[in-house]
Design a protein around this ligand. Structure first.
Ligand code: TYM
Length: 333
């Protein structure tokens, strides 16, 4: 049976290799399976949990759509829309925030990381953001949610919210309890400057990530400067646990080229990192450059991108409004 897929990406600019290998690459595979119904959402309501410049946000929404399409998602096959256009998302988020427990939210590690030391200054939205994410998923009866490893905890929370709502209102199976789709290996791509830190758009140094809009020179330069350790390339997989930078670079190569880790280790064992880095740059340029060129081409046609969003809105809104109506009945509104 086909799956009902839902996933979201924040339009905060600088989509990077982590977003691509952890999520978007999977979106494309799921989109290509005829059996699946896929919805890919540009989560602009999530983006405003931290301060945004409205003009930049508008551009970043279009850039995220362009990235989806340039990576291979077919807007005729999959629904692409932006979250803020469908008011059911905010409404369901409020309703579900009355189901979610504060104790559950207080355990979310991403909030702790993002809020940093001064939690009192973080927005309420940043704290309750996983509830909005649950609303996104549950409104569409999604069965599977493809994400990177960093979203795992939020998906567990979504499952808890769905189950509690179904129990509280005695509506068995009303909200479908979704399954996460997280790759077994390399579902967390790390910074090029620190193998223990996640590759992220909020990291200050641009050298820490490969952006999907980087050109060949930038990619080659960033890989050349990527942190490694002083040892030669590893002889065995087990060594990687003590060598985070090597693990990350080899993981990126493995994921990009769909090559088994063991095969890469056999090919490069004992060699210098520079030789491997050359191969890695080559693979990255081959994969990223066509996407980057296509993003830039699509960005010059705003009308085309806006039509995709409008078309997606119409399709998604039908599903979401229908679910909200049923929620109203259940709640006694
Ligand atoms: P966001 O916008 O931070 O990231 C989008 C997707 O990219 C993945 N990702 C990574 N994967 C591997 N390595 C990395 N370094 C890396 N960085 C990011 C994320 O896991 C994610 O899959 N809350 C979500 C968006 C969201 C959502 C949803 C997702 C909102 N509603 C409903 C699924 C379903 C977020 O902020 O992702």
């Amino acid at each position: 049976m086909g799956k009902k897929i839902f996933s979201g990406v924040q339009p905060t600019g600088n989509l990077h290799l982590g977003n691509y290998l952890g999520a978007i690459k999977n979106f494309v595979e799921l989109n290509n399976d005829k059996e699946n119904d896929c919805i890919f959402c540009v989560v602009d309501l999530h983006a405003i949990t931290v301060k945004q410049n409205p003009k930049e946000l508008r551009n970043n929404i279009r850039e995220t759509v362009a990235t989806f399409v340039a990576s291979g998602i077919d807007p005729k096959k999959s629904i692409i829309f932006n979250q803020s256009k469908i008011t059911a998302h905010s409404e369901a988020a409020w309703i579900l925030s009355c189901t979610a427990r504060t104790g559950w939210l207080s355990r979310m590690t991403q909030f702790k990381e993002k809020a940093g030391k001064d939690k009192e200054k973080a927005s309420v939205g940043l704290y309750s953001y996983p509830v909005l994410m649950a609303a996104d998923i549950l409104l569409y009866d999604s069965t599977h949610v493809p994400v990177g490893d960093d979203q795992k905890q939020h998906l567990e929370l979504c499952r808890d919210i769905a189950q509690k709502f179904n129990n509280d209102y005695e509506v068995e199976n009303f909200f479908k309890v979704p399954e996460p789709l997280i790759q077994k290996e390399f579902s967390r791509i790390m910074s090029l400057k620190d193998g223990l830190k996640k590759m992220s758009k909020s990291e200050l140094s641009d050298l820490s990530r490969i952006n999907l809009t980087d050109d060949a020179d930038q990619i080659v330069n960033k890989i050349k400067k990527a942190k490694t350790d002083p040892l030669p390339m590893p002889d065995h997989k087990d060594e990687l646990n003590q060598r985070p930078e090597a693990k990350n670079l080899i993981g990126i190569y493995s994921s990009l080229t769909d090559t088994k880790l063991e095969n890469i280790i056999n090919e490069f064992s004992g060699k210098n990192f520079s030789e491997f880095k050359e191969k890695l740059s080559q693979a990255l340029v081959e994969k990223i450059l066509p996407i980057s060129k296509e993003i830039n081409k699509l960005l010059s046609d705003e009308k085309f991108l806006d039509t995709i969003l409008l078309d997606g809105y119409e399709k998604a809104n039908k599903i979401a409004s229908n679910k909200i109506k049923k929620i109203h009945e259940i709640m006694g509104f």
